[in-house]
Design a binder for this molecule. Structure first.
Ligand code: PMP
Length: 286
């Protein structure tokens, strides 16, 4: 495998950044994960737009032109022979002697990128069964709309889920409403077929897959409500699911100890999963 590190393509096993990289010392950086599907980058423009926004919210300089970034994406995919898989890119404020203040002007942001293959159908197998979620108290900062690498609360929440035999943890805010998962957006489907997901304010990451499902739901004529929902409402929902670039539309069949419906992925979520790429922007690699 090959990774991109600050202008060079290097063996993945040797790919490293400096010990005084601000991403490493302060989580002072942002990232994106994009799906590669059948040799195409899915929703690339939306991911790069969100990267630009995250950078600008943190006043990190844009590390390179968009055209150059796209070139690097295509190169890491091709060097790693990825047909189906994921691209990871991270931009930090760069390398400077440790000091909380921003480094001197002219400090170059660090850019790293990797790509890996995910066997086609791997996530489909998970989706066939559906997954469980647990709920945890929302304990993240109030700007989780910025996609920073500061993911410690997410790491702890997801590990707790894993230890409980679940796949995801849903954060519950102080008003008793679910915000999102540790690495996914959260959705429920009411008994009347209405899809419900929290509005994209500063309290959640505005998922690209979430946007795709909103578009798809509209194409299919489903009704959608963008509003908060409680754990109680979720437990009495007909279906539920998670969205993310890495898992796409992932059915939820269990919330804490409550089994949803008959404990199997329902028809609406299966339909959305099957037709998800119909509502995506697909960028050919050649
Ligand atoms: N919320 C959080 C906290 C995430 O980390 C992610 C995935 N990066 C998402 C939602 C889903 O976003 P996307 O659909 O853009 O992958």
């Amino acid at each position: 495998r090959v990774a991109y590190v600050n202008g060079q393509y290097v063996p993945h096993s040797h790919a490293a950044v400096h010990v005084e990289d601000r991403g490493y010392q302060f989580s002072d950086g942002v990232y994106e994960v994009c799906e590669v599907w059948r040799g195409q980058i899915v929703d690339m423009t939306a991911h790069l737009d969100r990267l630009d926004r995250s950078l600008s919210e943190l006043q990190i300089a844009s590390p390179m032109s968009r055209a150059a970034l796209v070139q690097v994406m295509k190169e890491v995919i091709s060097l790693n022979r990825v047909k189906n898989g994921l691209i990871y890119m991270q931009v930090s404020r760069g390398v400077a002697p440790r000091d909380h203040y921003f480094p001197p002007a002219g400090t170059l942001p660090s850019v790293v990128m990797t790509a890996k293959s995910v066997p086609a159908g791997k996530m489909d197998k998970v989706a066939e069964q559906g997954v469980g979620v647990i709920t945890v108290e929302e304990n993240r900062w109030d700007r989780v709309d910025i996609k920073t690498v500061g993911l410690l609360p997410n790491v702890l929440a997801k590990q707790k889920a894993k230890e409980a035999g679940a796949r995801e943890a849903w954060f519950v805010d102080k008003n008793g409403l679910i915000t999102e998962g540790g690495s996914t957006n959260a959705w429920i489907i009411l008994k009347n077929g209405t899809l419900v997901t929290r509005p994209a304010t500063h309290g959640i990451l505005k998922g690209i897959t979430r946007a795709g499902v909103l578009k798809l739901a509209e194409m299919k004529g489903f009704s959608v409500e963008e509003r908060g929902f409680s754990l109680e409402e979720a437990k009495s929902a007909q279906e539920a699911f998670l969205t993310s670039a890495s898992g796409l539309v992932m059915p939820v069949v269990k919330i804490n100890e409550t089994i949803l419906g008959d404990g199997r992925p329902g028809p609406i979520v299966q339909d959305l999963r099957k037709s998800f790429h119909e509502a995506s922007e697909l960028i050919k690699l050649e």
